[in-house]
Design a protein around this ligand. Sequence first.
Ligand SMILES: Cc1cc2nc3c(=O)[nH]c(=O)nc-3n(C[C@H](O)[C@H](O)[C@H](O)COP(=O)(O)O)c2cc1C
Length: 173
Amino acid sequence: MLKQAQHFDESQLPKIAQLPEAFQHYRQELGEQVYGAMGIAREDTASRERAVLRNYEFFDAPMVGIVCMHRELGDADALSVGIYLQTLMLSLTARGLGTCAQVSLAAYPEIIRSELNIPPELSILCGIAVGYTDPDFPPNHLHINRDPVEKNISFLDDLELAHRSDWNTLVRA
Ligand SMILES: Cc1cc2nc3c(=O)[nH]c(=O)nc-3n(C[C@H](O)[C@H](O)[C@H](O)COP(=O)(O)O)c2cc1C
């Protein structure tokens, strides 16, 4: 996987799932924070590329998991996989381990599938690197920006609910 990622040309860029335009700023901001902490400038493409390739060495983690989902399951079931993964990450954190979810690994499903004998009915969603966090690596001390809660949740009190004429639109949204 690392070899393939190292030798990509324009036609074979790692197929990391792109975000819709409206969400791309999250990845850009995360990149700015992480690469910034590593001292890598925006225009330093060689260093950025090297940093991206670290994904395919699993950041030297001694253990990597591959998160899969049965192809016949749908969007609602993906919630269960996400909740499972979050709980796993929290449990590992509680036991003193560090984790990194790695959607970048899903860029090479054929390699992972053949190396690990993953059956065709499972789709590969992401990886998870597990190891001990390096305290000397500056990005490990970052507090990544979060949206304010109000950006994603609408709090409505009873009075407002009783008088809302657009309630149907709200529940469907
Ligand atoms: C679904 C998902 C996929 C991710 N994939 C990658 C990845 O491929 N490579 C990477 O370096 N970080 C990846 N990240 C980890 C983010 O870099 C990490 O969540 C970010 O540093 C924020 O960390 P925090 O949530 O602990 O604040 C991923 C995170 C999530 C939730």
